[in-house]
Design a protein around this ligand. Sequence first.
Ligand SMILES: [Zn+2]
Ligand SMILES: [Zn+2]
Length: 256
Amino acid sequence: MRVTVLASGSGGNACVVESGKTRVLVDAGLSAKEIEKRLAVRGIGAETIRAIFITHEHGDHSIGALTFAARFGCSLFATAGTADALGLEGNLFSPFVRMESCREGRIGEIGFRPLGTPHDSNESVAYAFEADEARVVIASDLGHVQRQFLDFLRGATTLLLEFNHDEDMLRDGPYVWPLKQRIAGGWGHLSNRQSADAVSTTAGERLRRVVATHLSRANNTPALALAALASALEVAESGAAYGAADQDDGYETFDA
Ligand SMILES: [Zn+2]
Ligand SMILES: [Zn+2]
């Protein structure tokens, strides 16, 4: 499998997962035009995208989904709650496929499995994609780590995991108090510490790479997120490669 992050952060998220001839987009949180442009920069034709898997309805994950799907004729995969929030049911232009947490499915050469996540949205999910002996887990926008989630991370060969904020930076930073509470709360976003703990608890022998995603520009720095991630991998005695995805540049294409 190959993974390409086009954009990551509260300004928009989109990522390409592919195996053989099957190519899907995970989230479409930029305008359809911008996604098409960023795909072209990576040498990927927008018309080759077969489906968009949407994690949840927040605009930074979904804003371009309907337009992109209609323009390039791909289907939309989402949970009932997300579909309801986005008005996907009965949408005339692109087929909508309803998913349920923990229920496995397959599209072309890629197997997939969503897992419900705690976030202030209708029915958000994280995804695991499997093909070619690889298991890619993509998880962002969740407020706390549950046992089920840790089980979901185990056995991953590639992990794209939210490292949203540094707890001290968030506390002392510019956001108003209710927003700070929302982000730090159980239905907000994972901090560097929470995600590092999840990595050190679950990193297995198969883990080859971890990409820190959805970094907050106001409440985090790549250096802080990467330091937390590096020490988590050290604790787990994992030799996995690691890096951080960027809002504007995404993350380089790699073999999962
Ligand atoms: Zn988000
Ligand atoms: Zn969100």
